[in-house]
Design a protein around this ligand. Sequence first.
Ligand SMILES: [Mn+2]
Length: 430
Amino acid sequence: MKNSMISNDLVATENEKRKANLQRDYDVLGEQLSRRAINIEDISKRVSAFGLAVPSWGVGTGGTRFARFPGGGEPRNIFDKIEDCAVIQQLTRATPTVSLHIPWDKADPKELNAQATRFDLGFDAMNSNTFADQEGQKHSYKFGSLSHADQAVRNQAIEHNIECIEIGKALGSKALTIWIGDGSNFPGQVSFTKSFEHYLNSTKEIYKALPTDWRLFTEHKMYEPAFYSTLVQDWGTNYLISKELGDKAFCLVDLGHHAPNVNIEMIVSRLIQFNKLGGFHFNDSKYGDDDLDAGSIDPYRLFLIFNELVEAELNHAKGFNPAHMLDQSHNVTDPIESLMLSAIEVQRAYAQALLVDRKALRGYQESNDALMSAQTLKQAFRTDVEPVLAMARLKSGGAIDPVSAYRASGYRKTITAQRPASRSGGGGIV
Ligand SMILES: [Mn+2]
């Protein structure tokens, strides 16, 4: 890393304390895996190559509809946010890119590029915002944006998305993510058919402005902010959109945007099979769109999703290139710590999924051995891959224990002194 927010000497000192034990754990795991005909070095290499994007808005403290309790040293602007993202990447080596949200992160692209280059960071998908009104905006999105009854409102929303593409081009981004809050709170409030027709026509205009090497991601969400009907409410509608738009349009799966108990891994499989999986917003939930830390509630579900992804990767599924991003709200933790651990949880699910004995699984599936099929997945999930993840971090210059190194650095205290407290800053967790 060209520049670092935390002293590399401090990271080295912290690693030195843990290196010998890690090597021992790694060797033991390597021996265990070799008995299963798995080369630990192969798994390590794949884990090292696996990257996630951090959403710029994730490094600020989140909130609920009731209150927000700001933490110390909150980023004041996109340049502070990139510094916090650089810390996450420095210590985990798992998050080489940042995903921007316009207009919150609007700034001179030259300056944005310079700040990202300082830390060897890149820019992932651009995120537009037509779910809130911005200062000086001509038309309100109170009753919708891309699906609004009024053509003038729809045009304003279309133009905003095209502007996001233009900014993204200057930053080396290759994708636009559209999530809208359009919907209704009362039966009869909107015409399902008419509003969807408007949405499709609007999105087709945006699609036309998409460069040839870009992808358009649309994100479905079951409810909120609209509580009776949401325009893009489920993966079926999302799939219809991507089919209507064309080959550059893909579905984005946000784990928290489904009803409890929905079989998300099966949705993922369907989208892969029909070449429409764009990527993920990783988080976890217990009840609804709780935006909890990835893997904190149901790590097995995360693993089962990665089981599908690894299957597709190994089969070289056509056009398979999912974008990985975290999308969470950190209300009670230090966002940097949550994002570091969440990135590691996603990597963990990936590493565990790489351990699935696929040949054995296929055999059990073909002989209808339900019990052993399930056990084959469980064997991989039960394997403690922490030494692989920690070794991958160490070898690529990160921290064996990112949270300990972060706490030892006193980074939060330093930035709290440098960045005056602010009570503002939108939630905007989508
Ligand atoms: Mn999302």
